[in-house]
Design a protein around this ligand. Sequence first.
Ligand code: SF4
Length: 267
Amino acid sequence: MIFMDTATATVTKPVIGYVHSIETFGSVDGPGIRFVAFLQGCRMRCEFCHNPDTWNIGTGDEIDADTLLQEASKYRAFWGKQGGITCSGGESLLQIDFLIDLFTKAKAMGINTCLDTCGQPFTYKQPWFNKFKKLMAVTDVSMVDIKQIDTDRHKRLTGFNNEPILAMIQYMSENGHHMWIRHVLVPERTDFDENLKELGDYIKTLNYVDKVEVLPYHTMGVVKYEDLGIDYPLKGIEPPTHDRVVNAENYLHVNDYQGWRIYPLNK
Ligand code: SF4
């Protein structure tokens, strides 16, 4: 779609997003039932990633915000008061211009917006940081992953330091942006009592955390690695036991965060 700006008589091209896939009835990607767009592209290489097919940047299906919202609106009747749209990935923040366009238009339509991000692209450098502030102004809640609180282990696990991720979370905490924090529990990578304790203590220092979740590592992505001809990095590592999941939930004080806050309602 091409748009004519009648005030200046200039033609403005819509911002294009690159989408890996769409889920029309997501129930684990934010509050309520949600229309989820998984955006294409990620720089990190988490060893436990079960979506390596989202990694390539600049590929995927091209779509503009209006078309995506038109499609999402078909499912609006199912969203109730809590649901809405979520942008996940890959790493959604790599397409921040598209996110701003999409969420701004969604908020104008009274739709609840949720950003699912790993935070790796976060920087205070301009013009990126001003864009991030613009995005936060139209984001009702963010789902953020902390993969490892220990920066060396984080680097081994993902290929990147965790400083930008923690800086983003700190910014959200200091500026009233609501978060759900998630942590993938991986034996031999993140399931260490000292790291879990440190992570739990860190989360306790944050404001506006509505929910904390421990996600047990699973091996459902293995077949995708085989399809892509990539060696699976966690060969031989089994999902954590129930006891270790409960142990992690205790360290992360999961029960202190009830996760149910009424976000700005859908109109
Ligand atoms: S940040 Fe997400 S998409 Fe990227 S490698 Fe890690 S788990 Fe996969």
